[in-house]
Every structure is written in structure tokens, then in C-alpha cells.
Design a protein around this ligand. Structure first.
Ligand code: NAG
Ligand code: NAG
Ligand code: NAG
Ligand code: NAG
Ligand code: NAG
Ligand code: NAG
Ligand code: NAG
Length: 780
């Protein structure tokens, strides 16, 4: 509440107080102490809240200072301060007050002098009430107060006006921008003179000074000013109500705020920010929020685990000891209050902040036992031997809970691994490399459990994170094995049956079992061998032949089986490889066995060589020789050696008829004890065309004579001859009988001669023999 003294001009505001406006340079009359008015007329709202400033009275004390005391006639409703400002002592409804005017008494405490003034209060109109809600802001809309008409200077006493202007409303705590225009004051006299304006009173020239200022010259509206300093107008009081505009409560943008903080966080760790908004102007205190934590649940380990930045809403930790395993979640009730958190005037609202304490790896996995036991059959892999159980207080199924197992001792050969069962977190002790009972019957492993992530700093792995796993190995029946396998032996072919070759035995790994081994034959393609079931001694049952089709590269393979006496028995196989050394047991054979030459014009020489199943030096070089019989072979043909393995057969006589000729050739190899045999070279002599090729006709002839036809023909001839012979013999016998009885049949002798001539041919028989041997060779 302010009083304004005199003048017209632009009135500018900063905070709150009461003040006076006075026209500068006025001649002040001799000072007479007393109230500035005999009667104050005050227009005010019908309802006034307690403590609200209403208006002020002005007492001219002429330098008496604080010695003047004010009292009011209705102290239960009103209260007056030493500065003359009247406040509502309680919430007042104007219409219910007594109609009689309020009396205000001023007394000088030294002289006991007293002054009294009256205050007439009238309820404000609706328009005025509206002004409270919407204070003037723009200079265009400024309320303009015109100084009341001035009476003559002589009638100074009458000048005590009973006129009080309605209060000007200003929102309290306004934040500007400054200067903010409030009201314009004008004197009618500015039409005649140039005037200057000034304000006095608390907030202007009295503390707090400079809250209100007045534009000394009505600048824009440039009116006349009395520069002589003469008072143009009496001072005029202006009441300025500073009004409360806080009509909006802060509202949190969420009712539940979710935040999280890792357990074990240090004090000062940021958690989250809550936000509330206030529709009031954030430049004024009405919209200035302050946050506060009302409660924390649970209050463990202390009731003040968190603090909130009262301006930003940022929540941080202030105490150590956040432990998810003890308190997984805190619930804070957060309050936001406007008026910069003033608990008396500010409006408040609350929201909930739910702070989840997140897990960190502050608990190591701990084995549920110091020692675990398991057993496993030897030679088995991927079997689970033992399940190691651990407990971990951290949040399940997180890297801080998941266990990782490591074997730190007792497994130098790496036979075990300990993967983690993903659901139970157990350590599955698994055999990854076969274990041999005969090598090691027990294993004692040291296993360490850790989490997938390292332990939080400052936490140490307890002793229970290491356990012992005792594993017993179970003996199982293992297969005997031949050693060496395959076994290679070398020997000469042609060895007689029942010769002992070797002893092929197997070992049984089951050293701790009393077992016997029996041997048998699995594969022996040529059926040459026998094995003694008890001793493994191998003997031959046939002659071993290096040239057998079962032998490849002089190597013969036979496979044997060794079975132990376990139940069920276990068995293993072994291969015996026999490398057969060559002996000269094969005679060479002519190659090729068939060829053809031309009858004319000039028979070619025939290149031949020999084949021998044996290897060098039991094969070539070969010696070739024509057989001595039949005699015409050497008469018709000749053989000449070309080089080591080759020879040439050529005709000795000028011409040979078309036909097939089998030439016996003796071939001798180079073995130590050489082998010789006669083999037949079949030569087709044919008529050739000018290219030297046999003509087709000859081919057909040769082909026709080649096979069964010859046999059939010869057989027919033989049978015919036998029949004829039998007939001749029978005839001769009958002739002799007949000669004895009747001696006169001469012509019949001629017939017999003819038959005998056939007999003499003889060569037919030779041919027959020859042909038969030929046939045998060809079909072989
Ligand atoms: C916090 O979580 C609750 C319950 O899940 C949900 O209703 C609420 O909207 C969340 N608050 C925020 C700010 O996400
Ligand atoms: C806000 O916090 C500051 C310091 O952080 C303190 O000085 C001030 O008094 C607090 N205001 C309220 C309203 O709590
Ligand atoms: C170990 O765990 C595996 C799989 O979790 C289960 O199949 C097996 O029976 C368990 N063995 C023992 C000895 O508990
Ligand atoms: C015998 O075994 C060896 C080695 O396995 C093989 O190279 C050879 O061909 C085999 N011989 C026969 C005749 O199977
Ligand atoms: C036989 O061999 C000789 C020398 O090796 C060669 O000149 C000739 O052409 C060969 N004759 C035939 C018919 O192969
Ligand atoms: C030898 O030649 C004669 C005729 O010159 C012939 O009759 C005979 O069959 C031939 N023998 C051989 C074996 O070539
Ligand atoms: C010689 O050859 C004949 C047939 O031509 C054969 O029956 C005989 O077994 C062979 N002799 C040898 C030692 O190879």
C-alpha cells in the first residue's frame, strides 16, 4: 500500500511499499502536525484476507519522528503500523462490519497531544474487483488520475479533501521487465504551465527507496511545467495494492517417476530428475518451484538416502549403503511447491519417485559343498561326472549371477571341462578326453567359480568360490590290440604248406583283469594262412604265389581278430602284410600270340617279344628259338634276335599260301635256373591289297576256318574214316571167307586199293593232332 503525493506523470514500479508523490519546488506552509485528511474515503474489496494491507493514513509529524503512536478504534478487525499502513487483522467481510467509520488516533508519546481521523470504507465495484485480477500493464490502458480541482491558496484549511483515489493493483513479486508502468497522474494545470512530478514515501524516497519512481516530466505527453517551483497541486495519495496472483498449483508431469541407481553407488550419484510444471508465470514467484523429498520408504539403512536439488528436481544419493540384496527399491514422495518453496504461501503437489536399486556383482558364487564326488567309466567322453551347485545372491540370470567354472588344478592333461548349465547355473563336470583306468584311477580336481563379469571393486572372492571334485574312474573291458598293426613280413614265394611264417599277437589293455586272448582269421582272400587260436602263430596251408591275383605289388594282406575273455568279450583286429619275394617260377610266353602277314608281294617280318609273370631278373632278356619239330617249321621260317626282349620272325621261303600257320617257338628267360617253354605264334598268311592289308575275302576265310568249323569237319572226317576202316576190315574178312568158298571175283580188288590209299594219307592224322592242340591254346 502506497500513498502518492501530487503531480502528473508516468509512475514506474519495482517492488512494494507505500509512497507519496509531491510536486517539486512547492512552497511548504508552516508545519502543523496532524493527519493529512480529516476523513479518508477508502474503496476496498468486500472480502479481505487476513494480513492484507488495506490503505494508509498520513500523519504530518513535523519532525517528531517515531514518537507518534497510532491506534485504531476496531483493533479486532484492523491493525495499524507505525508507518500508517492499515492491515486486516483477520479475514474481513466488509458488509458485516459496523457501519460507523473507523477512527484512527495518533498520539505524541512525549506531549500527550492527540489527533483523530476517520476512515470511511466503501466496497469496491465489480470493475474494481476485476482490476485486482488483471493489473494494468500497457501504458495505453493506464489508469489516469487527475489531481482534484484545487481551491484557492487562502483556503488551505478547506483543502483537506475528503477524497481518496481507488487503489492501484499490482501483482506481488513481479519480475519485470522494469520499469513497469502502473498509473499516470495528471494535473489540470499542465495545460497552463510546465510541471514536474515527484513521489515521496516508503518505496520512493523512504526505505525501501527507488521501488517506485515517477517520470519527472510527462515526456511523451509533454505538458507545461511550473519551473519556478510553485506548488501547482496539493499532494495526492495513491494506494497501490500488491496483489497475489498465484492461482495455479504445480503439477508433476508424471505421477510415478521411475529411476534406478546401481547398488553400492557413492554418495552424490545422480539418480533421476523429476519435473513439475506450474501454469503461473515462471518469471514470478508464482511459477517458481522448489522440490523437496517428503518421505522415503523404506528408511533403510538410513532415512536420508537421497536428496533432491530443490530447483532442478535432480535426485542424487547422499548416503552410502545402497544394497539391492537388502533393499531392492525405494519409494520417495516428492513435493513441488511454488512461491519458491515458501511453505506458507506456496501451493504444493506431490508425486512418487520409485528408485530401483540395480544389481552390481557384489556377491561371488559360492559352492554349496566343499567337495563334490563323481565317477566315470574309462574311455567315455561327453559324460557328466558331477554337478557342482553354487549360490549367488545377485540377481538371477544376469552376468552378475551366471557362474563360470574353471579347473585350476588336478587335470594336467585336460581331460575335463566344466560348462555351466544355463538354467540351474550348475557346473557340469564333463569328460572331454577319454580317461584310462590303467593310467589313473582317480582324479581330484580343483574348480573355481566366478561370474561372467568381474566382482565389483573392493569385493573379494570368498573361499567358498573354490571346491574340490573327487572323481573315481571305473575299469571297463577294453579291446585287445595287435602290435604292430599292420605287421609286415617278407618271404619268398613258393614256400611249402605248413611252414610257420610269424607270430602275430595282441595285447590286452586291461592289466587289472585276468583275461585270455584267442585269435581267429578274419580275412585271407587266397586262403593261404592259418592262425593258432592260442598262440597267434601263423602257418601256411598253401603255396604262396607272388603272381596270384590276390597279390598286389608283391603284397598280400590278411586280417586277424583277437578277442578277450571278458563278458561281453572285446576284440580287436590286426593286419598281416606279407611281402613276397620273387622266384623264377614262370616261363616266358610269346607275345603277341597272333599276327598276320601278306602272301605277296613281299612278306613282312614279324616283331615278337615274350611275357613272363616273374620280375626281373627272372624275366627278360629272353632267348628265342624255333622248335625243331615239325621239320618244315625251320625250313619255312627263321627267327632273329633284335634286342634284349625282342626278336623278328620272317619267312625263309619265297612264297607261302594263304592260311593259318602255328609256329612253335622256344623262349628262355634270364632267371638263375632259367625257365624255357614252347609257345605258339599263330600267323595268318593272307592276300593283301596294295596297301599291305589283308583283303576282306581272306578275312572271311580265315574267320570261317578259325573255330568250331574246323573241329566239326575234322570230327566228321575221323568218324567217316573209322566207319570206312571198319567197313574195310569187315569186307576183307568176308572176302577171305568168300575166297575160301568161291575164288572168282576180280573187280572187287580195285575197290579195296582205293580205300587203302585213303589210309595211307596219314597226314590227316597229323593235322588232326595239330589242330586239337591249337584249339586248346586258343581257348585257354
Ligand atoms: C513408471 O512405472 C509405472 C509402472 O510401471 C508406470 O505406470 C509409469 O508411467 C512409469 N513412469 C514413467 C515416467 O515412465
Ligand atoms: C534450496 O537449496 C539451496 C542450497 O542447495 C538452499 O540454500 C535453499 O535454502 C533451498 N531453498 C529451499 C526453499 O529449500
Ligand atoms: C546333472 O545335471 C544334468 C543336467 O542338468 C542332469 O541331467 C543330471 O542328471 C545331473 N546329474 C547329477 C549327478 O545330478
Ligand atoms: C594291403 O594293404 C595295403 C595297406 O593297407 C594296401 O595298400 C594294399 O593295397 C593291400 N593289398 C591288397 C592285396 O589288398
Ligand atoms: C619291327 O621292329 C623293327 C625294329 O625294332 C622295326 O623297324 C619294324 O618296323 C618293326 N616291324 C613291325 C611290323 O612292327
Ligand atoms: C612249309 O611250306 C610248305 C610249302 O612250301 C607248306 O606245305 C607247309 O605247310 C609249310 N609248313 C609250315 C609249318 O609253314
Ligand atoms: C609250357 O607250355 C604248355 C602249353 O603251351 C603248358 O601246358 C606248360 O605248363 C608250360 N610249362 C611251363 C613250365 O610253363
Amino acid at each position: 500500500m502506497y500513498s502518492l503525493h501530487e503531480g502528473s506523470g508516468l509512475f514506474l514500479l519495482a517492488v512494494l511499499a507505500g509512497l507519496q508523490i509531491a510536486a517539486e519546488g512547492r512552497v511548504t506552509p508552516p508545519c502543523r502536525p496532524g493527519f493529512s485528511e480529516d476523513v479518508y474515503k477508502v474503496v476496498m474489496p468486500d472480502i479481505v484476507e487476513k494480513g492484507h494491507p488495506l490503505f494508509n493514513v498520513r500523519f504530518v509529524d513535523c519532525g517528531r519522528g517515531g514518537l507518534v503512536r497510532f491506534e485504531c478504534s476496531n483493533p479486532s478487525d484492523f491493525r495499524i503500523e507505525v508507518d500508517g499502513v492499515v492491515y486486516a487483522a483477520r479475514s474481513i467481510e466488509l458488509s458485516t462490519l459496523p457501519a460507523s467509520p473507523l477512527l484512527i488516533k495518533a498520539s505524541d508519546t512525549t506531549t500527550q497531544q492527540q489527533w483523530v481521523t476517520q476512515v470511511k470504507m466503501t466496497p469496491s465495484t465489480d470493475q474494481q474487483v476485476q482490476q485486482v485480477a488483471a493489473p494494468p500493464a500497457m501504458s495505453e490502458d493506464l489508469q489516469e488520475i487527475v489531481f482534484p480541482l484545487r481551491n484557492t491558496d487562502s483556503q488551505l484549511k478547506r483543502m483537506k479533501r475528503d477524497w481518496v483515489i481507488p487503489p492501484i493493483n499490482v501483482p506481488e513479486n513481479s519480475r519485470g521487465p522494469f520499469p513497469q508502468e502502473l498509473v499516470r497522474i495528471r494535473s489540470d494545470n499542465d495545460k497552463n504551465r510546465l510541471l514536474r512530478y515527484s513521489v515521496t514515501g516508503p518505496g520512493a524516497d523512504q526505505p525501501p527507496t527507488s521501488v517506485f519512481i515517477i517520470d519527472p516530466i510527462s515526456g511523451l505527453r509533454a505538458h507545461a511545467v511550473d519551473l519556478n517551483g510553485n506548488q501547482v497541486e496539493n499532494p495526492i495519495d495513491i494506494v497501490i495494492n500488491v496483489i497475489d496472483m498465484n492461482d495455479n498449483r504445480p503439477e508433476f508431469t508424471h505421477q510415478i517417476w521411475n529411476g534406478s541407481v546401481p547398488e553400492g553407488s557413492k554418495p552424490g550419484t545422480f539418480v533421476m530428475t523429476v519435473t513439475s510444471v506450474d501454469k503461473d508465470d515462471p518469471k514470478t514467484a508464482n511459477g517458481m518451484l522448489r522440490y523437496k523429498i517428503l518421505s522415503q520408504n523404506p528408511e533403510s539403512p538410513t532415512s536420508n538416502m537421497f536428496t533432491i536439488n530443490n530447483k532442478t528436481g535432480g535426485i542424487i544419493t547422499v548416503a552410502a549403503g545402497l544394497d539391492r540384496e537388502k533393499v531392492p527399491q525405494y519409494t520417495l514422495i516428492i513435493q513441488a511447491t511454488d512461491m519458491e518453496g515458501n511453505p506458507m504461501y506456496g501451493l504444493s503437489n506431490t508425486a512418487t519417485a520409485v528408485i530401483r536399486v540395480t544389481d552390481v556383482n557384489d556377491n561371488a558364487p559360492e559352492f554349496t559343498a566343499e567337495t563334490f564326488f563323481g565317477e566315470v567309466p574309462e574311455n567315455r567322453v561327453n559324460v557328466i561326472v558331477a554337478n557342482l551347485t553354487v549360490t549367488d545372491k545377485d540377481q538371477p540370470n544376469t552376468p552378475a549371477w551366471n557362474a563360470v567354472y574353471k579347473i585350476t588344478g588336478g587335470d594336467p592333461t585336460g581331460r575335463f571341462s566344466v560348462p555351466t548349465d544355463p538354467t540351474t547355473n550348475e557346473g557340469l563336470v564333463t569328460v572331454v578326453k577319454p580317461i584310462d583306468y590303467e593310467t589313473s584311477r582317480t582324479y581330484v580336481l580343483t574348480v573355481e567359480a566366478k561370474n561372467e563379469v568381474p566382482l565389483a571393486r573392493g569385493i573379494h572372492s570368498p573361499r567358498q568360490s573354490t571346491a574340490t571334485v573327487s572323481i573315481r574312474v571305473i575299469d571297463v573291458n577294453e579291446s585287445p590290440y595287435f602290435e604292430p598293426n599292420p605287421k609286415l613280413i617278407k618271404l619268398e614265394e613258393g614256400m611249402m604248406p605248413e611252414s610257420t611264417l610269424s607270430t602275430f599277437t595282441a595285447q590286452d589293455p586291461d592289466r587289472f583283469m585276468q583275461q585270455t586272448i584267442r585269435y581267429s582269421k578274419l580275412a585271407d582272400p587266397a586262403n593261404w594262412l592259418r592262425i593258432d587260436p592260442n598262440t597267434g602263430r601263423i602257418t601256411t596251408i598253401a603255396i604262396l604265389d607272388r603272381e596270384s591275383p590276390y597279390v598286389k605289388n608283391s603284397l598280400y594282406n590278411a586280417t586277424f581278430l583277437a578277442s578277450d575273455s571278458g563278458i561281453p568279450p572285446a576284440s580287436g583286429t590286426g593286419t598281416l602284410q606279407i611281402f613276397l619275394l620273387d622266384i623264377n617260377d614262370n616261363a616266358p610266353v610269346v607275345f603277341p600270340q597272333e599276327t598276320e602277314i601278306c602272301e605277296k608281294p613281299e612278306p613282312n617280318a614279324i616283331n615278337i617279344t615274350a611275357l613272363d609273370g616273374d620280375l626281373n631278373p627272372n624275366a627278360g632278356p629272353f632267348a628265342f628259338e624255333l622248335a625243331h619239330r615239325p621239320v618244315d617249321v625251320r625250313r619255312n621260317w627263321t627267327i632273329t634276335r633284335v634286342s634284349g626282349d625282342y626278336a623278328q620272325v620272317s619267312l625263309k621261303i619265297g612264297f607261302l599260301e594263304s592260311g593259318i600257320y602255328d609256329i612253335p617257338i622256344l623262349i628262355t628267360d634270364s632267371g638263375n635256373l632259367p625257365m624255357t617253354n614252347t609257345s605258339y605264334l599263330r600267323i595268318k598268311v593272307c592276300q593283301c591289297d596294295f596297301n599291305g592289308d589283308c583283303t576282306d575275302q581272306q578275312h572271311i576265310m580265315a574267320a570261317g576256318l578259325g573255330t568250331g568249323a574246323i573241329i566239326s569237319i575234322l570230327l566228321c572226317i575221323i568218324i567217316l574214316l573209322i566207319l570206312v576202316l571198319m567197313f574195310v576190315v569187315w569186307m576183307k574178312r568176308r572176302d577171305k571167307e568168300r575166297q575160301a568158298k568161291q575164288l572168282l571175283i576180280d573187280p572187287e580188288d580195285d575197290v579195296r586199293d582205293n580205300i587203302l590209299k585213303y589210309d595211307e594219307e596219314g597226314g590227316g592224322e597229323e593235322d588232326q593232332d595239330y589242330d586239337l592242340s591249337q584249339l586248346q591254346r586258343r581257348t585257354r
